[in-house]
Ligand binder design. Sequence first.
Ligand SMILES: [Mn+2]
Length: 346
Amino acid sequence: MIKSLKELQIILERLISENQSIIISPHINPDVDAIASSLALYMIVKKMGKKAHIVIDDRIFKLDSSIINLLSDIPEEISIIRPDALPEIVDSKKNLLITIDTNKTNLVPFKDYSGFRDIVIIDHHDIDDLTIKTDYKYINTSASSASEILFNLLNLFGVKVEGKSIISKRDKSAISLADYLLAGIVLDTGKFNKCNVNAKTLKVASKLLASGASMEFVNDIFRSENESALRVHGLVSKTDIDMYNIAIALNKDNPDMLYTVVELAKAADYLIDLKGMDAAFVLGYVRDGLIGISARSKGRIPVGQIMSQFGGGGNNLQAAAKIESHDIENLKLTLEQAVKPGYKLP
Ligand SMILES: [Mn+2]
């Protein structure tokens, strides 16, 4: 475990210069915090005269439109790669992997780590059994976000965040690393509404604004999030409550519509909160031929067990599964059959 940011800086300096290929991996289905902190880390590697590659894994989940927009804004000189391109890059014996905004084996796009000489984790989430095995773990659970950690790390490395250095490819407007990092903090703190906000968070936000970060840029990102919210409402409005206190939702009017896993989960979260609801299941295509199910329960209906019958997992309050299928209506019928035997009236 790495105990301080200063120690992290020293380790990064050594490992970045010792290794040939440097791979930065945010969690799969990256959010704004993961992208912003990956970009910041990219700048640190660049400052050290090396080139890094940021791996974006969109194979399982369809990325949110706000993320697609953010990624398409990033200038070409910053190497964004998909996991398929990794074997070509990780070909020497000197490869460094830095995971950011995650520490879990199931949230990075690698099956094995034998190709990496060194692995560094930079994260604000707690460790558990799924944490990637490495001595180089910097975990700061009191930081609001990976963006907050990276802002402080940029300062240690002497990388400037002010100045509109990144020119958006889409609308040619000038944006800076400060814009991205502020957006990361705003996202992870629920617009400064969550308990993970403390004086240090606000200090970083204040410095980012002083460095020229634009609230307009941040608000723009959330506008596309609002579009996503409307899609979630659309799903919720098409819910069947055929069975007593069990909600099953899918988009019957437009069954082929693609959703992100986050959207399915948000719809399920909304439904389980309804009064008297015991379980909620939301079905939607996450890509062509792959249907996601997000399941929630108040405890009486073992959704974890039910989702494991579909090859998924989770616990008995929150669970999910992904099923290869082109027939969502039929999957709903199978799900109804699976739900019924587990249901006991109070
Ligand atoms: Mn985060």
